[in-house]
Design a protein around this ligand. Structure first.
Ligand SMILES: *Cc1c(COP(=O)(O)O)cnc(C)c1O
Length: 225
C-alpha cells in the first residue's frame, strides 16, 4: 500500500466515523514519522499530508531540517525541559505539556505564543505520561503566569488493548475534561481541541470527538520492524 492510498483510506474511515455520530468533520490527521526515514516523511508530504508529528527531539530536528516549514510541526512525545530550546523555534504545536517546569521553560525560550495541548493520563496506567485527570483544571489555572503558553486543547493516549469500551472511556474522559477547562473561561485556554487516537483506535477517537488524530504505522509504515 502506498502512503497516498493509506491516507485516503484513513480519511474515509474518519469521515464514516464522524457520520455515524452526526458529527461535523473537523479532524486533522497528523502523520507520525518517528519510525520512518526523512525520505518516507517527504513521501507523506507529497501525498498531501500537511501535519507531521515526532516524539523525539533528534528526529524532530532531522525531519524539520529536511522538509522545512511547508507543513505544520507537532511535537507529541515526552519533552525534557533542557531540550525545549532545540525545538521551540520550529514547533507549531506541543502535545505533551504535563508539568509546570516544562511550561516555565517553554515560556522562557519562546518569543511568541506557543499552542500547547495538556497531556492527560486518562487510563491510569503507570507507564503513561500526563496529568491525573483530577489535576487538570488547577494545572491549567497555574499556567496564567506564562504569557507565551496557549492551551489549545487536551491530549491523551488510550491503553493498547482489544477492549473497545476501555479505549472509548478514556476518550470520553478527555472530552468531559475539555468542557471543564472551557468552563473556566480563561482567555489563554480556549481548549477547543482533542488530540486522541492512533493507528489502532482512531475510528473510536473520531466518534468521540477527536480533532487531531496522530497516526504512525498505518499511514507511513513502520520501517524499524
Ligand atoms: C507513536 C505515537 C503515535 C502513533 O502511533 P501508531 O500506533 O504508530 O499510529 C501517536 N501518538 C504518540 C504520542 C506516539 O508516540
Amino acid at each position: 500500500m502506498s502512503i497516498q492510498s493509506n491516507f485516503e483510506h484513513i480519511k474515509n474511515r474518519i469521515s464514516q466515523a464522524c457520520r455515524r455520530v452526526n458529527r461535523e468533520e473537523d479532524v486533522q490527521v497528523i502523520a507520525v514519522t518517528k519510525y520512518v526515514t526523512v525520505e518516507t516523511a517527504k513521501e507523506a508530504v507529497d501525498a498531501g499530508v500537511t501535519e507531521l508529528g515526532e516524539n523525539r527531539v533528534e528526529g524532530f530536528n532531522e525531519k524539520h531540517e529536511a522538509i522545512g516549514d511547508a507543513v505544520n510541526w507537532h511535537f507529541i512525545g515526552t519533552l525534557q525541559s533542557r531540550k525545549v530550546k532545540n525545538i521551540i523555534q520550529d514547533v507549531d504545536y506541543i502535545h505533551s505539556l504535563d508539568r509546570s517546569s516544562l511550561a516555565k521553560e517553554i515560556n522562557k525560550r519562546s518569543d511568541r505564543t506557543v499552542p500547547c495541548f495538556v497531556q492527560v493520563n486518562t487510563s491510569g496506567e503507570d507507564s503513561k505520561h500526563g496529568l491525573n485527570p483530577e489535576n487538570v483544571e488547577s494545572f491549567v489555572e497555574q499556567l496564567k503566569e506564562y504569557e507565551n503558553i496557549k492551551v489549545v486543547g487536551l491530549m491523551t493516549m488510550a491503553p493498547l488493548t482489544e477492549d473497545e469500551q476501555l479505549i472509548r472511556n478514556c476518550f470520553r474522559k478527555l472530552r468531559a475534561l475539555r468542557e471543564h477547562v472551557q468552563a473556566l473561561n480563561l482567555d489563554y485556554a480556549p481548549c477547543t481541541y482533542l488530540s486522541m487516537g492512533m493507528s489502532n483506535d482512531y475510528e473510536i477517537a473520531a466518534e468521540e470527538g477527536a480533532t487531531h488524530i496522530r497516526i504512525g504505522s498505518s499511514l507511513v509504515g513502520n520501517e524499524t520492524t
